[in-house]
Design a protein around this ligand. Sequence first.
Ligand code: FMN
Length: 364
Amino acid sequence: MPRDFPAHVRDVYRIDLSGRYLGEPIPHPIGKGSGQLSLNVGQLETDAEAGLAFVVLKTVIAQDAAGAQSMAAWAIHETKMKVERRGAGWTVTWKGRGWDRSFDDYLALVRAGRDIREAGRLLTVPSVKYHLPRLDEPFRDDEYAFTTRALASAWGASPLLLEKDFSPTLAGDALADEKQQILRWLREVPQRIRAHADVRLAMKLMNARFDDDFQREMMDVAEGADALVCFNRLFDAERGVAYGGPDLSQRNLRVLDSYRPLPSLTVPYRRLSGTGNIHSGRLIVEYALRGCSSVQLHTFFQLPLEEYPATDGSRTQRALHALVFDPRDGLIAVLLEREAAGALERHGGELHFLDLLPNAHRPR
Ligand SMILES: Cc1cc2nc3c(=O)[nH]c(=O)nc-3n(C[C@H](O)[C@H](O)[C@H](O)COP(=O)(O)O)c2cc1C
């Protein structure tokens, strides 16, 4: 498994795997979603070594200058994770929530990520959960101000690339019982953040406990974001836990599918990043066909080792190997399959991953 596998794939198969995440060109579309696999520098080093395209750091809970966190209920400590089968797929059962160490520790991780990024080894992006008020309450701007400025300074370049997390546990919380309340957050949060730094913002939308129409409405209302991550895990109200697996990708792809015929002018296709039950190149292609120019995985980087065909390398490497090179469901195989079926054409002698996206050849 060559670290620079995109160059290898280009040489051998004449396939250009380039993707895009939050407006940044990336050598291939596969990144790591925010969570327990991006908590420390060791994990970032391993991912840089494996040749991952980008990593979103664990979500930190915003605070003001005095350290007060209105969303403190999300900064709880829980380490135990259980990787379990769910239907034909996998889910990770975990009762934890956001970053549970100090904000200074988080800034140190962002700075370490900056060094790795500046060395051209891996794009790392912080993730935040900011204050979300009830309809009759104002936003706590002091938390937005302090957290955004500190992250911008640790990030060390302009613009700051940032994800705002609306998590599944939030979807399961009484705070998210009301549609109007959620829509207000999605409408107003971008400007609240942008007031304090030059930010390129991705909003990671939760799967709200409402129907597909509302999920699409959330996408439309979030037009102040530069990119949308679609969509975080489902919430099991009975067990009080978030879950993934086949139900998650089915719902996500179904919503994106119905969104496709009605593209919003303000959220062009190039600005979506897919997440949810991605465990093969074939699934990456399904998300790409619905407008996702990158994908963010978590569960597939956590499987028992015997689930990966590779017998050597870090979990990240073994996962990338399967996603790209699997002879039946890997990215290369599926792109060649589409070419053979007349669904994808070569340009300049090459197949391009980004050509999978709807309207790929419309001027942009
Ligand atoms: C244990 C665990 C912790 C997670 N923590 C976060 C988080 O802090 N912030 C966030 O935005 N997403 C979080 N996620 C969501 C993942 O980044 C990802 O979007 C989601 O799990 C769907 O992808 P998957 O099916 O590949 O796991 C977490 C997921 C898991 C399994």
